[in-house]
Design a protein around this ligand. Sequence first.
Ligand code: SF4
Length: 373
Amino acid sequence: MVSLRTYTTEVGVLGRIKTDLQTHGVIVPPGLQDELEREWNAPAIKNGRFVFCLKSPVDGHLTTVLIINGKFADNSPFHLVKSGPGEFEVWKDYVKYTEVVMLPRPKFYDRKTSDGVPMSDIAVIGEPNHLRSVLNQRCVYQQLGKACKFCAVESWWAGYRDKSPAHVAEVAEAAYKEGMAKHVTLSTGTKLTTGKGLEDLVATAKIIHQKAPKATMTLNFEPVTDYGLLEELLLEGKKAGATTALCNIECFDESMREDIMPLKGTHSIETYIKVWEKCTEIFDHNEVYTMAIAGLGESDESILKGVELAASHGVVCSIVPHTPMRKAVYEDMSPPEVSRVLYLYEEALPIYDKYGLRLYGGTGGIYTSLKGM
Ligand code: SF4
């Protein structure tokens, strides 16, 4: 019997709603898609990816929900409705389910970089005050036909695939000056270099730091196993404004890792621990994150043991429901049941508490409903 203790509190109810919407998807009628793409922060809505916020009934705090409408969402009972000027709701079949808040459209979406690329194809606002971009969107593992099976990085939100550090920095400067972003998450597909692409994130951070010295950043990368180089890059990144590191493990079950991630999964869990330790040494506890995906065939036990393992090294491991993406190898899978995801959240919360970890102190969390619990 699953305890729903947390999800019966007012704030916990938002977690339940968020999980429900993420694991079913939210259908947006074509006419409304046009309007949202034109007038709101929804540049990739026609790709099935968009964000909105749920407002806390307690303090008005906004919890961001990232929706990824894969094939599974074609039969979702949820659909988005415009209920008035600038007002939106999600309905479940014929009944209102929740109000949602769309984020305003940044002005920089209508601008182009100095070499003519639409800025909204370089980076997007993923949460209030938070810009995101993925460099090296042509991950080398995808090029080799050995992509992680849950991943569709090539069709991620900001569609320009040949982004350079200068492109991303130019958009970050525009977003910062417009007052739309104080924090930038820099992610990368993997490169065939010793730095695996982290070197490009650091190069980007350095340019951003020159143009917007107060902007803070998250560096999101695959394990770099040259630990001397890793330390050097993280220290340079920190000097350039990076405050947080994100190194996603995705699956803690050693017997499944290489099947799910044919090349990335060859990194052992031990390797992740070494990388996390280097990250916490430089960025401190509570500033290093990883992620476990629920719904790839793993057991609850492997996820919860993994959350504890990461926490014991000062690393926050968020649990994310698998929302199978179009164009990923796993695009025909189904997301996990809501009750299972809520059970995992419920069991993970005391683990974070035990190790004194806060969940995403303002720099992420759009994939997990644990933020704001
Ligand atoms: S998740 Fe795997 S396939 Fe996707 S970008 Fe990262 S390394 Fe490449």
